[in-house]
Design a protein around this ligand. Structure first.
Ligand code: MRU
Length: 354
């Protein structure tokens, strides 16, 4: 399978001239700017401040961050080199707690580091090669998910999505929005309801922008509109991405996803999750074990720099929620579709040869 051109033909995160480059998602859609990051601390900061966000994209960014740390330390002694790369792994791994792809990518890099006794210069090159390989695999996984998932969507109708799961959330093409993109490219006549996604507005700022770039018909709605649209028969399916999926299929995704799933269930609509198998944490029995990130109260109280809430009010700002697997119709992966019961279907896909 091949992927069609990205908006502006740019990958979300990539390696160039011994630096990590990435689209700065904090300032889209007003400004399209590529950041150049020269050390692993800058990459950690970019993940923490959400210059890059979306589970697959932060995983690949962390891998490149470790490659930067390795190249910077490649002239040092073996023990100094190893502790520099392990230190970068710790810093990058502590940036955002929910997206399992972050730790998955770091662990994969650490396996390269610990799996050989090559000299530092060669090991640094091997780490960079591994990060590049992961980025390529991410593109292939998203395109494959697109092809599998497109089959599930109706030939025409309205698809509701939450947060941003397009190219910007991965290296290229995306997960849930990638499925819609593949379906539209295959000739399906779909229109997307884009949840604005309070409080960070990934839907309004990023998904709406990507749909415009790609020519996918889309309408922006506030998060409160979904139920009313479903009651009126104006939604045919909902599709979202995932930050962490437990072995039983319980899925953590952007806050508000659970509400969409409950609404879809109440209206008898399919609710799909699209995520690469690297998002499944088979060590977690259920979603109760998924750590949920809490972010700064100012994301809720302020609109950019303007304070709207009264001073002194207390705020609860979880970045993600967990949707129980009983509300999920199917999980779309790069190796095919997992159907309930997910504990067996996800394991079968993991064990299947590519
Ligand atoms: O806080 P964010 O913007 O990183 O959250 C992103 C999401 O919740 C996405 O839906 C998820 O990472 C899947 S994207 C491929």
């Amino acid at each position: 399978m091949t992927a069609s051109p990205l908006p502006r033909d740019v990958h979300t995160v990539y390696w160039e001239d011994s630096c990590v480059r990435m689209i700065d998602q904090r300032i889209l859609p007003e400004e399209f700017r590529i950041l150049t990051l020269r050390d692993s601390h800058e990459v950690a900061d970019a993940i923490r401040t959400m210059a890059v966000r979306g589970a697959p994209a932060i995983g690949i960014s962390a891998a490149y961050g470790m490659a930067l740390a390795a190249l910077a330390a490649s002239q040092r002694s073996v023990s100094d080199f190893r502790s520099a790369v392990e230190g970068a792994a710790r810093e990058l791994g502590s940036t955002r707690p929910t997206a399992v792809n972050l730790l998955w990518a770091i662990e994969r890099m650490l396996r390269v580091l610990l799996g050989t006794d090559l000299p530092p210069v060669e090991l640094a090159e091997a780490l960079l090669a591994e990060a590049r390989q992961m980025a390529d695999e991410d593109v292939a996984a998203c395109v494959a998910m697109g092809a599998y998932g497109a089959e599930l969507l109706p030939d025409e109708g309205n698809i509701l999505t939450h947060c941003n799961t397009g190219s910007l959330a991965a290296v290229y093409h995306g997960t849930a929005l990638g499925v819609v993109r593949s379906a539209v490219e295959a000739g399906k006549r779909l229109h997307v309801w884009v949840d604005e996604t309070r409080p960070r507005l990934q839907g309004m700022r990023l998904t709406a922008w990507e749909c415009l770039q790609l020519g996918i018909p889309a309408t922006l709605i506030s998060d409160n509109v979904a139920g009313s649209l479903m009651r009126q028969g104006r939604v045919q399916a909902a599709i979202v991405g995932a930050d962490s999926i437990a072995a039983n299929g319980d899925t953590a995704n952007k806050i508000g996803t659970y509400g969409v799933a409950v609404l879809a269930h109440a209206h008898g609509l399919p609710f799909y999750v699209a995520a690469p198998l690297s998002t499944v944490d088979f060590s977690l029995e259920s979603g109760d074990e998924i750590p949920i990130e809490e972010r700064d109260p100012s994301e809720v109280t302020d609109a950019r720099t303007i304070r709207l809430a009264p001073e002194g009010v207390s705020v609860y700002n979880p970045a993600f929620d967990v949707t129980p697997s009983r509300l999920i119709t199917a999980i779309i992966t790069e190796r095919g579709i997992a159907w309930p019961p997910f504990d067996t279907s996800l394991t079968a896909l993991r064990n299947r040869e590519n």
